[in-house]
Design a protein around this ligand. Sequence first.
Ligand SMILES: [Zn+2]
Length: 242
Amino acid sequence: MPKTALVISAHAADFVWRCGGAIALHAEKGYEVTVLCLSFGERGESAKLWKQEGMTLDRVKDARRAEAERAAEALGVHDLVCLDLGDYPLELTRADKDRVVEVLRRVQPSFMLSHSQYDPYNTDHSYATQVALECRMIAQAWGHEPGQKVLGAPQLYLFEPHQTEQMGWKPDTFLDITPVWDRKRAAIECMEGQEHLWDYYTRVAQNRANHFKRNSGGQSGGRDCRYAEGFQSIFPRTVDEL
Ligand SMILES: [Zn+2]
């Protein structure tokens, strides 16, 4: 059985900027990575499309879905699941959460990825993480849909938010994504509606690469790295050696 991972993305493009490198890297390592987009970001993260004459909600959603599909293909995503639950605000019913739980139990991820826990600019993002934690908990409950395979204890990594310091987000893990940078940049360029972010997220990856180098030993045997992504983990690790 191949290893698996699950990304829970509030909007269609978030997985690209924030963990596209992690997705492509693990896909190359043989992981089957599922991306769950709770919404398309059709109302709140599609300004460039809305500035076009005669735009409708359905046309924006179609365009965002097409972009997300192209980006997922560039990254080697195994399965892109779009729940189309609406954005700004994103709100899930109990039945919607059961669909997320079903995905969690089906995928049985080795690790999960989602947003920062606090985001005053974009409450959809922090809400997605609250949903991820709630659904992880339900998926672990033996009394929920008895007979199904219950979920183990996958780590939840929080990927880097847009205005890092404002979100109280503090990375404890840096992932070298240099070998797959071209794939991440290709996926970024699928996001035609948000061209203003392409170079910004390239610089974020270069800055995080510097932190990777420093924390891997710096001038005393540190590893070279050109592009990296940072993550904050929620749960402790269980180890036999430090
Ligand atoms: Zn978003």
